[in-house]
Design a protein around this ligand. Structure first.
Ligand SMILES: [Zn+2]
Length: 187
């Protein structure tokens, strides 16, 4: 169990954890077995799906999610057994109903949300290879939005930054400057 991202009960032995000072950081530690809980940002992906006409695909977040009813790029956590490229394809399919072809990495952003959830997000540029959109997973609505028109109320400032970057590239008829995708599993 976690409170403010600190473990209350040890996940190994069930003892109630206490707070220790580790340099400048406070961490949760178990007096029973000595385990120390290192809290790290969650690894996530988000996907900017670029249509040919300057439109991007956004989803409206469900009432159970953080920033409910606001809009965002398709996004989610990377599962343990998948690469970030696979995660981008899976999350997009789950949330928007369409298959995408990832093209490159636009940027990597760190989020520090008010509810204590921190994430590090690899932002992927992708193109749609299917057309029929359908809201799924924790999205209640999906839509294409023209980057030169007014956008709906966005949940994440990072998304606004990324969409604006895409808008500049599109309006200047430039390809987005992206890093190569490394979809393989290094061992
Ligand atoms: Zn323990």
């Amino acid at each position: 169990m976690l409170k403010n991202n600190q473990a209350i009960y040890c996940q190994r032995c069930g003892t109630i954890c206490h707070e220790i000072q580790d340099g400048e950081l406070k961490r949760s530690a178990c007096p029973g077995c000595g385990y120390i809980y290192y809290m790290n940002p969650y690894p996530c992906v988000s996907v900017l799906i670029a249509g040919d006409d300057g439109k991007v695909l956004l989803g409206r977040r469900g009432t159970d999610s953080i920033y409910p009813l606001k809009w965002c790029l398709p996004c989610g956590y990377i599962e343990y057994n998948e690469t970030y490229v696979e995660a981008s394809i899976r999350e997009t399919k789950e949330e928007t109903g369409i298959k995408v072809e990832p093209i490159g990495i636009i940027n990597v952003v760190s989020n520090h949300f008010a509810d204590g959830v921190n994430s590090i997000v690899t932002v992927i540029l992708a193109k749609p290879v299917e057309t029929e959109i359908k809201a799924g997973d924790d999205m209640i609505e999906i839509g294409w939005f023209d980057v030169n028109a007014e956008l709906p109320d966005l949940a994440f400032k990072a998304d606004a930054y990324i969409i604006n970057k895409y808008k500049k590239s599109f309006n200047n008829k430039l390809k987005m400057n992206c890093l190569d995708l490394l979809g393989n599993r290094f061992q």
